[in-house]
Design a binder for this molecule. Structure first.
Ligand code: ASP
Length: 474
C-alpha cells in the first residue's frame, strides 16, 4: 500500500518519502528535468537534477505514465511558490524512479473541465475522463453526500435494508426492464422501478423507519437527462403524517447543505409548501423555479408541492395515477372517509386529490412520495379505476393486499433522486456528470458497448428466440 498521498507531503519537509501516481506533465531542460506527479489528492512538482541517479530513467517518462518515486521533500524558494496547487510551496528532489506502467497518448486532454470535448468520446474512454479533476470532485462529493445521509438517518433511528433487484413488475409509470429466467422458462423477473412494494412490506414487517440508497430501473424513451438506471434515497416511515415526512426531508437537506455546501444559500426556510392548483395557476408548471436570482449558481430554492389530483387523463382517455396506485386518495376539503372515497373512485375519480407530495429544487422535480393507502378496499378500487380486473389485481398485487390482512401500520415515504440533486449541488447541467459510468440519452454504455448481442447458446438456455423487425437492426 502507498504510505502517503501527495497532499500529505506538506508536513514532510526535509524527509525522504515514496510517492506513487501519474505523470501529469514533463518539462525537460536537458540534464535538468521537472515533472508534476499527480494522485487523487493533489499534484506535486518533482525535480531531477543532473547528478541524480534517476536522470536517465527520468528522460523516458511521459505524460500519464504511472511511476513510483522516492526523494526528499524541499521547501521551494518563495519566488517559486505556486498558489494554484496545495503543495505549491514544496517540491520533491527525486533520487529514484520506477516506471510501473507506460501510457499511450490519451485521446483527449484531461486538463480543464472537458465540457468542449465530444461527449461520446468522453463516455467511450470514461476511465480516462474520470481522471479529470472536475469529475473526481463530483465522485468524491457524491460519496460525501451519501455518507452524510446515511449517518444522519442512522442517528434518527432509520435502518438501511437492501431489497431485491430481481423482482416483479411494480407500476411506477414506466416500462419494466425484464430478465428472463433460465430455471423457469418463459417467465421473467422485472428490475425494480423502485423498491415501493418492498418498503411498504417492510412497514408491515414492523421496521418502522427504513431507508436505502436504491438503484431504480425504468425503460423510458430517451430523454436527454434521464438514465435507464438511477439512484434514489428511498425512505419509508410508519406512524407518521405527511408533514412528518416533509419536515424530515427539509431538516435533512438544510443540514446537508450547511455541512457540505456552506457556500450555497437556501432561498426560503421553511421550504414553501404549495398546492398543485396554486402552482399550476401561478407558474403553469408543477416544478416552479422559486429562485430570487436565477443567475446565481449558489442559490437553492427548495419547495414541496402538495394536494395533487389522484389521477390524470392520458391521451387515449384512460386514467393514470399522478404518482402511483399505492398513494392514499384524499377528498377535497374533507376528512378521510372510506365510504366517500370508494364512492368517488367508482363514480368521479377525477375529483379526488391524493396524499402525494413532490420535492422540487430550482425548477427540477427532485423527489416524490406519498402517504399510502392502507385500506385494501380502497386499493382494489384504485386498481379497478386503472383498468385492472379483480382477478388480475390479486395475481399482480396479492402479496401486498393479503399482507394488509395481518395488520398494516399507517405509513408513507418519499424518494429523492440523488443524481439530480447532485447535479444541482455541483452546478452541472447534466446528470451524466455526477454518475461514474452513465449511459447515453439512448441508453447505451459506450465504454462497455452495451446493450450487446449474446451467444446463441445463452438464448437457447433461456428458451428465447430473437425476432427483429427491419427497423430494429442498427
Ligand atoms: N416509489 C416512489 C418513486 O420512486 C417514491 C415514493 O412514493 O416513495 O417515485
Amino acid at each position: 500500500m502507498k504510505d502517503l498521498f501527495i497532499s500529505e507531503t506538506l508536513n514532510k519537509i526535509g524527509e525522504k518519502v515514496r510517492l506513487l501516481g501519474w505523470v501529469n506533465s514533463v518539462r525537460s531542460h536537458g540534464n535538468l528535468i521537472f515533472f508534476d506527479l499527480r494522485d487523487r489528492s493533489d499534484i506535486i512538482q518533482c525535480v531531477v537534477l543532473k547528478n541524480s541517479p534517476a536522470l536517465e530513467i527520468a528522460k523516458e517518462i511521459k505524460e500519464e505514465d504511472i511511476i513510483e518515486i522516492t526523494g526528499e521533500v524541499k521547501q521551494r524558494e518563495e519566488k517559486l511558490f505556486n498558489p494554484k496547487i496545495l503543495t505549491g510551496k514544496i517540491e520533491l528532489l527525486v533520487d529514484e524512479i520506477k516506471i510501473l506502467s507506460k501510457a499511450k497518448i490519451l485521446p483527449f486532454s484531461i486538463e480543464g473541465d472537458g465540457y468542449d470535448i465530444n461527449e461520446e468520446i468522453r463516455l467511450k474512454y470514461r476511465y480516462l475522463d474520470l481522471r479529470r479533476k472536475r469529475l473526481q470532485k463530483n465522485l468524491i462529493n457524491r460519496h460525501q453526500v451519501i455518507l452524510f445521509i446515511r449517518n444522519w438517518l442512522n442517528q434518527r433511528g432509520f435502518i438501511e435494508i437492501e431489497t431485491p433487484i430481481l423482482t416483479k413488475s411494480t407500476p411506477e409509470g414506466a416500462r419494466d426492464y425484464l430478465v428472463p429466467s433460465r430455471l423457469h422458462k418463459g417467465k421473467f423477473y422485472a428490475l425494480p422501478q423502485s423498491p415501493q412494494q418492498y418498503k411498504q412490506l417492510l412497514m408491515i414487517a414492523g421496521i418502522e423507519r427504513y431507508f436505502q440508497i436504491a438503484r431504480c430501473f425504468r425503460d423510458e424513451d430517451s430523454r436527454g437527462d434521464r438514465q435507464p438506471e438511477f439512484t434514489q434515497l428511498d425512505l419509508e416511515m410508519s406512524f407518521i403524517q405527511r408533514d412528518d415526512i416533509l419536515n424530515l426531508i427539509e431538516n435533512l437537506f438544510i443540514d446537508l447543505v450547511k455541512n457540505l455546501y456552506p457556500q450555497k444559500k437556501i432561498t426560503k426556510i421553511p421550504f414553501p409548501r404549495l398546492t398543485y392548483n396554486e402552482v399550476i395557476k401561478k407558474f403553469k408548471t408543477d416544478k416552479p423555479d422559486l429562485r430570487e436570482d436565477k443567475n446565481n449558481p449558489n442559490e437553492l430554492a427548495f419547495c414541496f408541492i402538495i394536494d395533487f389530483p389522484m389521477f390524470e387523463v392520458l391521451e387515449d382517455g384512460s386514467l393514470n395515477p399522478m404518482h402511483h396506485p399505492f398513494t392514499q386518495p384524499k377528498l377535497k376539503d374533507e376528512k378521510f372517509n372510506k365510504e366517500k372515497i370508494i364512492n368517488k373512485l367508482k363514480h368521479n375519480p377525477l375529483e379526488l386529490l391524493s396524499e402525494q407530495y413532490d420535492f422540487v429544487c430550482n425548477g427540477y422535480e427532485i423527489g416524490g412520495g406519498s402517504i399510502r393507502t392502507t385500506n385494501k378496499d380502497i386499493l382494489i378500487e384504485v386498481f379497478k379505476v386503472l383498468g385492472h380486473q379483480e382477478q388480475d389485481i390479486y395475481n399482480k398485487f396479492g402479496h401486498l393486499i393479503n399482507a394488509f390482512d395481518y395488520g398494516v401500520p399507517p405509513h408513507g415515504g418519499i424518494a429523492p433522486g440523488l443524481d439530480r440533486i447532485l447535479m444541482i449541488l455541483e452546478n452541472e447541467a447534466n446528470i451524466r456528470e455526477v454518475i461514474a459510468f452513465p449511459k447515453t440519452g439512448e441508453g447505451r454504455d459506450l465504454m462497455m458497448n452495451s446493450p450487446a448481442e449474446v451467444e446463441i447458446n445463452q438464448l437457447n438456455e433461456l428458451g428465447i428466440e430473437i425476432k427483429l423487425n427491419k427497423e430494429d437492426s442498427d
